[in-house]
Design a protein around this ligand. Structure first.
Ligand code: ADP
Ligand code: MG
Length: 269
């Protein structure tokens, strides 16, 4: 079976050849099997979001190759990758179109991933699917198909964004601190929804989080980044037995500094 994601020696330098040159990704390699759910942690500026930007095609890497499900997508355009790579950001206004209704947002996402050409192609059966998927969120949104998304709370918008990214199962789902802007109870709810969707659809997923405790409990692998590199790659028994204090200790050993993400949460969100 194909690997789902293969990153080989990815480097990215911002402002190359200037005094501000900064190597955000440094020869980074990573392989994900289909169905892997990897949590990503690291200090501020470690290169986590840049890694997602390179995978989703917002920036091209200076060096290295990216393969998705066996296909080399290193130079593929961002919009083309967007049909198979879902992405949710911390900013709850980014994933949805506020002036459009819930139904229109879902329909647009559906068009993007199915290759259907216009909203005219959306059938009654599709609408039924939208309603069912919304009902599963358990947020009462199935009765608000024609409400403008701009009127929803941050948590509801993240839930709709998650649905949009997964209506058609993506090859890869990238979550960049997607619950960090939510209040603790809502964050927990959106994480539950995330966990359920990823499990049911067996989605290969990467989730950046500043919550070290959820990094160790969600998914099946954890990577720790620093200075554009993966400094720790945990899975299996080693991961099961890992504790938050031990992980922070390991970080200190690996990079000779404290884990300095000012938003790092050691316990539950
Ligand atoms: N578009 C950009 N232009 C210039 N520098 C950038 C850009 N994006 C990120 N960087 C720099 O690259 C480094 C890694 O940033 P980022 O990937 O956002 O870190 P993280 O998500 O781990 O906090 C930082 O030093 C940041 O300032
Ligand atoms: Mg970031």
């Amino acid at each position: 079976m194909n690997k789902m994601l293969e990153l080989e020696g990815i480097s990215k330098t911002f402002f190359p050849g200037t005094p501000n040159a900064h190597k955000a990704l440094d020869q980074l390699s990573l392989t994900l099997e289909p169905g892997d759910f990897v949590t990503v942690i690291g200090s501020n500026g470690a290169g986590k979001s840049t890694l997602f930007n390179v995978i989703s095609g917002m920036f091209l890497p200076d060096e290295g190759r990216i393969r998705l499900d066996g296909r080399d997508i290193t130079f593929e355009k961002e919009h083309k990758r967007a049909a198979v790579i879902g992405r949710i950001f911390q900013d709850t206004t980014k994933g949805t179109a506020p002036g459009m209704t819930i139904e229109e947002n879902l329909a647009l996402a559906y068009l993007r991933s199915t290759g259907k050409r216009s909203l005219m192609g959306i059938t009654a059966a599709d609408r039924k699917l939208f309603r069912e998927k919304l009902a599963q969120l358990d947020l009462g949104l199935e009765d608000r198909l024609t409400a403008k998304v701009g009127l929803l709370s941050g948590g509801q918008r993240q839930a709709v964004a998650l649905l949009m990214s997964t209506l058609v199962t993506p090859k890869l789902l990238l979550l960049d601190e997607h619950t960090a802007a939510l209040d603790p109870a809502t964050a927990e709810k959106v994480l539950d929804i995330t966990r359920r969707i990823v499990r049911e659809q067996k989605i290969t997923c990467m989730m950046i989080t500043h919550n070290i405790s959820s990094a160790l409990t969600l998914g099946n692998k954890t990577i720790m980044m620093d200075s554009g590199r993966i400094v720790l790659d945990l899975q299996g028994k080693e991961r099961q037995e890992m504790t938050v204090p031990r992980l922070l200790e390991l970080f200190k050993e690996k990079v000779s500094k404290d884990f300095d993400n000012d938003r790092t949460l050691l316990g539950q969100d």
